[in-house]
Design a protein around this ligand. Sequence first.
Ligand SMILES: [Zn+2]
Length: 107
Amino acid sequence: MKCIMCNNELKKRIVEHKEFGISLGRFKALVCEKCGETFFDESAAEKIQLKSKEQGLFGLAKKTKVAQVGNSLAIRIPKEIAMFLNLKKEKSVRITPKNQTQLLIEI
Ligand SMILES: [Zn+2]
């Protein structure tokens, strides 16, 4: 089987899968050693989804809107993400633009 990203030959490997920095375990996968892409088969993908749901990580990435607060902009952080980060009102965070489409918030 070939990598759909770069057409290199894929190798069978057991790889650790992390979501939001939390390990969900090790799963069978096909890995491209050229570009680093990892492909899980349906059975591994189901196991990963189950683990993700068990850990409360499934669907944690959410859409939110930018609001205007006085002269500043505010981004509402959904409850599930606030809980995952143990983020509370009035807590100080550091924000850094990574580039023109990504913003890093360090807690
Ligand atoms: Zn590749």
